[in-house]
Design a protein around this ligand. Structure first.
Ligand code: DP6
Length: 319
């Protein structure tokens, strides 16, 4: 009873930041994301026949912080399959972990895909989506291809691909400005924003309209409007973070400089926009022809230490 799976991180254009039910990890809003080929998590899961304590390593090191959430997901997968003892989980990322590159999204998506394959679970898409969601709210999006919509439902979430990678090829150039793990993780950060930011209610109330407009942009392949709206959603999320108490500033000087460079590039006609998650890396989303210009501009920003080039990719799958 063992299997391996690959999953890619995803980056949200219309962000998730805040939960409607903390205990069940239910998001307050839907979200829209890009699944990113070019960076990936490879996870191997092996189930013993007897029950016992699950073992987890991430990049070769035991990870006690994630152990409870991982076991919670595994318990539900074991219940769904009606089989499986304790699990040994080994997960490797080929990109910086815990630094705002969605390693938790690809991590839980790869975990669910590998464990489901190991347990012989076939189908059950809705259940697997909601098991991944309990690991990390952004993780179920990494189970799907290309541009992915996550919608809230009464008791859970539902995800679907709204555009396959080859239907609208987009590129993402990630400007890495730090390899350090972030001081305050997304779970704690968004809970702090929900409890303390005076803007939280406005964020939730304006979110459905942003999501609907973004979906229309995708349907019409309207890059210019999607660019404006995605940057707006990103800056609104960071406005929540900055207005939390104590404040959450996920940016460093190079983050801000890279965002400004992207803004200038777009103003001069290059189809590119930025988005930034709970970390200091800047993701520049662009049309493929713009990649050389975007790379050149970002690599000249002081403090940018590495560029990672991604395209739209497939959802998690066993290998
Ligand atoms: C800024 O999915 O990591 O990347 O559900 O608490 O694990 P938890 O949070 P997580 O948060 C992602 C936040 C974000 C925006 C997004 O991906 O939508």
């Amino acid at each position: 009873m063992q299997a391996s799976a690959i999953a890619h991180p995803n980056v949200a254009l219309i962000k998730y930041w805040g939960k409607r039910d903390t205990g069940s990890n239910l998001p307050a809003t839907g979200s829209l994301s890009l699944t990113l080929a070019g960076i990936e998590t490879l996870t191997r899961v092996e189930f013993a026949s007897e029950s016992g304590t699950d073992q987890l390593t991430v990049n070769g090191q035991p990870d006690s912080r994630a152990a409870a959430r991982v076991s919670h997901c595994l318990d539900q997968l074991r219940a769904l399959a009606g089989a499986g003892g304790s699990a040994t989980v080994d997960s490797e990322n080929n990109f910086p972990t815990g630094a705002g590159l969605a390693s938790s999204a690809s991590g839980y998506a790869a975990l669910v895909a590998a464990a489901a394959a190991a347990l012989g679970i076939d189908g059950h898409e809705q259940e697997l989506t909601n098991i991944a969601r309990q690991g990390s709210g952004s993780a179920p999006r990494s189970l799907y291809d290309g541009i992915v919509l996550l919608e809230n439902q009464d008791t859970g979430v539902r995800c679907r691909s709204v555009c396959a990678p080859d239907e609208w090829p987009l590129s993402v150039v990630v400007a890495v400005t730090s390899h350090a793990a972030k001081a305050v993780g997304s779970t704690e950060g968004m809970e702090r924003s929900r409890m303390t930011s005076p803007y939280y209610g406005a964020w939730v109330n304006s979110h459905a309209a942003d999501l609907q407009t973004a979906l229309n942009c995708v349907e019409q392949r309207d890059f210019a409007q999607l660019a404006e709206l995605s940057e707006h959603s990103c800056l609104k999320m960071h406005a929540l973070a900055l207005s939390s108490r104590p404040p959450l500033m996920y940016w460093n000087a190079a983050t801000v400089a890279a965002m400004q460079v992207v803004t200038e590039l777009r103003a001069s006609g290059t189809p590119v926009f930025f988005t930034v998650d709970a970390g200091p890396q800047v993701k520049a989303v662009c049309e493929p022809d713009a990649v050389p210009a975007v790379r050149e501009a970002l690599q000249n920003v002081p403090g940018v230490i590495e560029l990672i080039e991604c395209t739209l990719g497939r959802g998690a799958r066993p290998v």
